[in-house]
Design a protein. Structure first.
Length: 81
């Protein structure tokens, strides 16, 4: 039953540039600039720790985003039945 939701989630991710908008990309660019500036001040060990943090945070953000989107699809399905 959830397979169609995974298909929809994958399609949304593939086309995210079409609907995220300039504000998102502006914010992401600013975040990347801030991260680059911070990274220049870190030692090798701190860079490794920061990279580990980033990987874990990105994985958590992905899980949260997919879970919220899944719930939205399920809610919409219930509303429109």
């Amino acid at each position: 039953m959830d397979d169609y939701i995974n298909i929809l989630l994958d399609a949304l991710e593939e086309h995210d540039r079409e609907y995220l908008g300039w504000e998102y990309f502006t914010q992401m660019e600013q975040a990347m600039e801030a991260m680059d500036t911070l990274e220049k001040t870190l030692s090798h060990e701190q860079k490794k720790l920061f990279q580990d943090y980033e990987e874990k945070q990105n994985a958590a953000d992905d899980i949260r985003g997919r879970a919220l989107t899944r719930r939205l699809f399920l809610l919409a399905r219930e509303v429109y039945r």
